[in-house]
Design a protein around this ligand. Structure first.
Ligand code: MN
Length: 289
């Protein structure tokens, strides 16, 4: 059975002690198995408190981030690449400190709209840094996910095929592909073929609607996607991601262009998404019998 997760941004826009308690308690109360933390500002996280609350509530954790233009490991400026390596090392320390299992996201380039194509030299830099990070992560039994995102959030990995090539070039067993239905809906030809192509390289999944609001209220063909996951034998985490102007993370909300209010009640949203994903997987498995 896939562990079902929820992104912390459904609950809180930061990680103060109070926000940590709120997010972890609500994740448990709405029936999820894990919470995905934002690893953008590791210094702002009370690592001991987070680890302790996760354990108390019997929850797993993962962490994600997007690099910036100042920490872009696909840059050709060595100082910028070095800054990105430090950012990823600090994020990995956070992951290990709280006892999380995955470090994922847009960790191969900036999570920004680029005005130029990616370069071969920049891509080589990204491969080199990710190989180092994957080696360190492997020693701590952490998986490193490359999230495939749309063209407005990176110029390096917009399709599953590009992610497969990057994974091959990095050449580490603990580097996995992270697919997200919201991005797939923009860039891929359909929602099933990329899952099959990723195969056993698929190691993390985000489910998000076409507008990133309530699952089932947009245009994503979730039954098709869930059938593809079941057909591929995917057993990894499936994490619900949704953003509304009701919860503002000063960094993330502007980067992801969260200008609209798609929901106010995170508990209702999360409870609905938990049922939606569980029911969707149940139906997809029944369809296989
Ligand atoms: Mn995502």
């Amino acid at each position: 059975m896939n562990p079902l997760g929820i992104h912390a941004a459904v609950w809180v826009g930061g990680w103060s002690q109070e926000q940590t308690r709120t997010a972890i308690e609500r994740t448990r109360a709405t029936g999820y198995d894990l919470i995905e933390l934002t690893a953008t500002s590791p210094d702002a996280v009370d690592v001991d408190l987070t680890r302790q609350l996760l354990r108390e509530h019997g929850l797993g954790a993962t962490a994600s981030l997007g690099l910036t233009f100042d920490s872009d490991i696909s840059s050709t400026d060595n100082a910028v690449v070095d800054a990105g390596r430090r950012t990823l090392q600090q994020a990995l320390e956070l992951v290990v400190g709280v006892g999380a299992t995955h470090l994922t996201g847009v960790i191969y380039s900036a999570m920004r709209k680029y005005n130029t194509e990616a370069t071969a030299a920049g891509r080589r830099n990204a491969v080199g840094v990710l190989r180092e990070i994957a080696t360190e992560a492997g020693r701590c039994d952490v998986r490193v996910g490359l999230e495939v995102v749309n063209r407005y959030e990176s110029n390096l990995v917009n399709t599953t095929r590009q992610a497969l090539r990057l994974v091959d070039d990095i050449g580490a067993d603990n580097v996995v592909i992270h697919l997200d239905t919201y991005h797939m809906n923009i860039e891929e030809g359909d929602l099933a073929r990329p899952v099959a192509e990723a195969g056993d390289r698929l190691g993390y999944v985000h489910v998000g609607e076409s507008h990133r609001g309530y699952l089932g209220s947009g245009t994503i063909d979730f039954p098709k996607f869930f059938r593809a996951l079941v057909a591929a034998g995917y057993e990894g985490p499936i994490t619900f991601e949704s953003f509304s102007s009701a919860v503002v993370d000063p960094d993330l909300s502007t980067t992801l262009a969260v200008w609209r209010n798609l929901w106010d009640d995170g508990v209702d949203l999360a409870s609905h998404a938990r049922r939606f994903v569980a029911d969707g997987l149940h139906a997809a498995r029944a369809n296989r019998r």
